[in-house]
Design a binder for this molecule. Structure first.
Ligand code: SAM
Ligand code: SF4
Ligand code: SF4
Length: 383
């Protein structure tokens, strides 16, 4: 971002500096179950593989901040695929069962298929492969789907905010056509990467008119192999100018769809699931809503996040991460690093969305000038 003297400051480096991660004196061995201070197990790991993106969605990487002067992480700062895989193996030993690759746009990372091949070789302590998935804007999916599947990827989630070409081009802010993303979804299904989740961020006044067309399209196409999910516009990061009046509560989304296609609630498929599930009463599939603003789900949040440069974040709204890279690039053994990860997770008490709901959203701008420390950007930490 730019400060008042127009100096470029990489957003990823803003935030409280944490002391270097140390190997704890009392070892925390990997037992396959690791609980934080609120009793939440660590079962999901999201790995951001790049902080770069070819889109400029205004709610994530607004053009005026992420412009030609923006300083992305240098290549030397990024974890190598071997370093990511080593860490992922240690997280699996602590109980992680699902890995999601994200970014930035993960398909921009060169030879991402090579990383997927390595991650696909990891086993849980009981010998099971991990669930391996990826979130993408879909722009490169038509070209890459078959190779991703061949490398061992199981599923993809595609972000898509509108079927209307003009609205979509406006929201991605790089004039990218919606037809190419739809072709990517088709290619991913053909390659065996289904069922696919399609995520739509709903911004009141921007794309709310697209809720019903999206619901109509995905309930009739693809024979129920695509699950559409509506995400409340979140106050992540500090650059998107988030305002509560631009959030359309999930309850409104459900009411609008229910008026045209009656819905019935479904039970969560897995504990810690972010989406509330609803089925079309006529049996034509299901949808989901992710209500991080109006109905916080911190109580069973089991997600750890690893940034591209090896910082472990315990919450999407954290302002600082725990830097594991010095351990990876130093002399620490696998047991040492596993112990450090265990110690960090055991100290976790993050529950930002629940606290925001108690406090009221307008009392924390997340801005560096306000009371709260600046939150890390979603394009850096991954969604
Ligand atoms: N570039 C990929 C993509 O867009 O799918 C992966 C990274 S992106 C940061 C991950 C997810 O975060 C996307 O589904 C995106 O829509 C969502 N996202 C980004 N900013 C958001 C915001 N302010 N509120 C809600 N969701 C957001
Ligand atoms: Fe890029 Fe995804 Fe962020 Fe859009 S949401 S700018 S596609 S990282
Ligand atoms: Fe998890 Fe933080 Fe989101 Fe709560 S606010 S659900 S703790 S990532």
């Amino acid at each position: 971002m730019k400060n008042s003297s127009n100096t470029v400051i990489p957003i990823s480096t803003i935030g409280r500096a944490r002391p270097a991660v140390a190997v704890p004196e009392v070892a925390v061995p990997a037992t396959g179950v690791l609980l934080d201070r609120l009793g939440r197990p660590m079962t999901d790991l999201r790995i951001s593989v790049t902080d770069r993106c070819n889109f400029r969605c205004s709610y994530c990487m607004p053009k005026d901040v992420f412009d030609k002067d923006y300083k992305y992480l240098p290549h030397s700062a990024l974890l190598s695929f071997e370093e990511m895989t080593r860490l992922a193996r240690l997280f699996a030993a602590h109980g992680v069962r699902k890995i999601r690759l994200t970014g930035g746009e993960p398909l921009l990372r060169k030879n991402i298929e090579g990383l997927i091949e390595q991650l696909a070789g990891i086993r849980s302590p009981s010998g099971e492969p991990l669930a391996l998935t990826l979130t993408t804007n879909g722009s490169l999916l038509a070209r890459k789907a078959a190779g991703l599947r061949a490398a061992g990827l199981q599923r993809v989630t595609v972000s898509l905010d509108s079927l209307d070409d003009a609205v979509f081009r406006h929201m991605n802010d790089v004039d990218f056509p919606v037809a190419d993303v739809l072709a990517g979804i088709d290619a991913a299904l053909a390659a065996g990467l289904g069922p696919i989740k399609v995520n739509m961020v709903v911004k009141r006044g921007t794309n709310e008119q697209e809720i019903l067309p999206m619901a109509r399209y995905f309930r009739t196409h693809h024979g129920g192999k695509v699950v559409l999910r509506f995400i409340e516009y979140m106050d992540v990061g500090a650059t998107n100018g988030w305002r509560m009046d631009e959030v359309l509560p999930s309850a409104d989304v459900i009411a609008r769809i229910h008026a045209e296609f009656p819905l019935v609630p479904l039970e969560a498929a897995t504990p810690g699931e972010t989406a509330q599930r609803w089925a079309y009463a006529d049996g034509s599939g299901e949808i989901g809503v992710i209500s991080s603003v109006t109905q916080a789900f911190c109580h069973d949040c089991s997600r750890a996040r690893l940034s591209t440069e090896g910082k472990l974040y315990l919450c999407l709204f954290a302002s600082a991460g725990h830097d594991l890279r010095p351990l990876l690039r130093g002399t620490a053994s696998d047991d040492d690093i596993a112990s450090a990860i265990g110690h960090i997770w055991q100290g976790r008490a993050d529950r930002y969305s629940e606290l925001r709901a108690l406090r009221g959203p307008d009392n924390d701008s997340g801005d560096a000038g306000g009371k709260a420390p600046r939150r890390v950007e979603m394009s850096y930490i991954g969604g």
